[in-house]
Design a protein around this ligand. Sequence first.
Ligand code: MGD
Ligand code: MGD
Ligand code: SF4
Ligand code: MO
Length: 735
Amino acid sequence: MTKSKKKWSRRAFLGASTAGIATVGGLSLASGKSKFVQNLGLPTEFAESKYTLSVCANCVNKCGLKVKTQNGRVVKINPNPHFPKSRSMLCAKGQAGVQVLYDKDRVKSPLIRTGPRGSGEFRKATWEEALNYTAENMQKIKDKYGAGGMLFASTEGIQEEFFREFSAAFGSPNHVRHPSLCLASGNTGFFSVFGKVPGFDVANTKYMIFSGANRLESFITPDTIDLIDVIKNKKAKLIVLDPRYTVTASKADVWLPIKPGTDLAFYLALIHVLIYEELYDKEFVAKYTQGLEEVKEGVAKYTPEWAEGETEIPANQIREIARELAFYAPRAFVYKGRRTSWNTNDTEMRQAMAMANALIGNWDQKGGIYPKQSIRKGEMELDVWPPFPDQDCIVPMEEKHPLANAADGAYLDFREKVMRDDPYPVRGYFVYKQNPMHSLPDRKKTIEMLNKMEFVAVCDIYPTDTAMYADVILPEDTYLERNDPVIGFKDPYPFLAVRQAAVPRLHDTQTGLEIFQGLAKRLGFPEFLDFTIEDLVKAQLKPFDLHREDLLVTGIWTNQRETVFGKTLKEGHRFPTPSGKIEIASERFRRRGLDVVPKYRPPEMIPKDKLRVIVGKNALFTHASNQNNPWLHELMPTNRIWISTKAAERRMIKSGDWVKVTSPVGEIKIQAEVTEKIRTDCVYVPHGFDHMSKMMSRVYGQGGCDSDILVTREDKITGNAALHETLVSVQKLEV
Ligand SMILES: Nc1nc2c(c(=O)[nH]1)N[C@H]1C(S)=C(S)[C@@H](COP(=O)(O)OP(=O)(O)OC[C@H]3O[C@@H](n4cnc5c(=O)[nH]c(N)nc54)[C@H](O)[C@@H]3O)O[C@H]1N2
Ligand SMILES: Nc1nc2c(c(=O)[nH]1)N[C@H]1C(S)=C(S)[C@@H](COP(=O)(O)OP(=O)(O)OC[C@H]3O[C@@H](n4cnc5c(=O)[nH]c(N)nc54)[C@H](O)[C@@H]3O)O[C@H]1N2
Ligand code: SF4
Ligand SMILES: [Mo]
């Protein structure tokens, strides 16, 4: 695990260098707040309104909010139209945020477990007691096993940074984050070609190919908003490859129900056509890329006719798509997607997508793909460093997966190693803002891991299934009750925003920073987090001569009003790859002994009586985190497994029937949804149901949990979880 680079000091703050700032967007930044307000031409009375401008925290997107309060109560959450990333959009989850605040099921004070693990028996504790108890137990683990005896796990969030600092200061090399359940392989695939993970100019494109990437249900702002506009106004052609007829597929010009796990074959054939029909952008490829000849040779055998056999997409359709992609280039792209935890060949698949983009010369072009830019915030000066861990991380990167991300770790490897005490025992587990009971495949194994721990602490806002196995639950304030540090956004262009409390805290909860400060103090390293959020905000805004209040006039600050294209296409620009060029044939892969041109391995054959499980997001929920929200629960109280009419008929299953779904690791009982919207060889389980925590009163025991049946498989290159590698049998249950 890498050591944290950025450290906080006690008092001294350091701004980013003016040279750094001046490079953002090629413009110099406004220096005064009044100037900024005038620049935007917005009514100043906006600032005095009864609305609080803030940032949503119900999923990764962080959309802009205008929170309405009356008599000290949040009554409505609206979008902040000035927010470039989300504009006038606020999804159902964002609006139901009101109920995050007032939910009776929230954890309202620290809790210490009194009954067996999983029983849900806890007693209320004071913060003093809960923090003492947590620190004492962490110290016990450290004394017995070393600091590495504590595993820290977290999912992204603004205050997650403090948790990472805290775990580094504690001295553990074992910290794992969510990307290896989500997007690690996709990022690595694109990174291998461009040395960067690009943005996609959905708003201005003419042609898009989406694999999965269900943007109209799995929201990523601003892509989702731009896509709606593009579809409504017929601005571009959309091709969707998805074994399911998703909402996005239903709005596409072409829906291709590809055989799951075979997208790599599709993209290799696409590349084959681009090269062998000489459709690629010759000038661009010659000037900015390397490796064409090697790729040409590597994809020679991957003809559309060959790919038809793998993907079940007709060869002539693959050819046509390749030709159209090239025709519309550079205002065309193959979209990366976000969750790439699908199969064991995910990195290669995303690498092939990136290679196709490189070939059509859409890099840094309007309507194509572009390097994201950011505004460099000020930082707090570093003068105290955490002790360097004297133990190795239990999952040495590159041991199994040559390009696992060292900072984020590979979660499933961690679980495996913990189970085997390999290479040393890890018996403490501190989970921040994460619910591994649902987000890791094979829930039984996760329970085993939790039970193996001598101490478990969970910091969440709800009494989740993971929290039920904790010795102590440390409740954080919800996002509507707390001020967070400044957030630097990159989409669609760089801007800053800040999360602002709409109401004072309602219960006996704390901010993440307060919690980790309290623990750091008790564990003997108080200097690491010895500052307030406001100290940090001041340091972050110092280079721009701004204050928190300035960010609350419109909810954002920026010096740029559009995406700037073409800056990396200037003479002498070096791409951040080993060769300094766009690497159609990846040198980084070559250096790690990996195939430079992806080699196709077909997915496991599906025996006649089996079906492949695929998972995905639902527009109403974020993962497993808000199925219990009263408003959202009312809209979808349970889940049903999607099964095709043909597969259902063969098993005499009708919609609403209860079925047993059996995999090599577990079984679930769930009602069936018989539908034409899925391939006949797959089933789809909407994620995030069957909560085991009785304290989640509405959703407890409702529906089926996909993590109960998913097997543990990983992408070979990054160790990203491969969540679509499970074959199941489905049987009607007689009631
Ligand atoms: N409403 C909502 N929005 C969200 C989230 C949420 O939980 N809820 N989560 C956020 C997060 S963290 C992420 S990572 C993103 C995820 O957003 P996406 O990247 O869109 O991922 P998913 O919705 O998980 O699933 C993608 C689609 O892939 C399809 N699929 C399955 N197997 C295959 C295959 O082999 N080939 C092809 N071509 N398609 C396949 C599935 O049917 C599914 O429709 O969404 C973000 N936005
Ligand atoms: N089976 C299956 N597994 C999956 C996926 C899937 O589709 N199916 N999707 C994968 C993907 S893309 C991802 S990104 C991961 C996500 O994995 P997780 O991050 O584990 O998913 P969530 O359920 O969103 O868990 C977030 C937790 O944070 C808590 N929380 C919310 N707000 C706050 C706060 O302000 N403070 C604190 N302390 N806690 C808060 C929520 O209550 C929730 O328990 O899961 C992956 N795993
Ligand atoms: S997509 Fe919805 S839940 Fe996510 S940040 Fe935006 S409004 Fe909130
Ligand atoms: Mo994700």
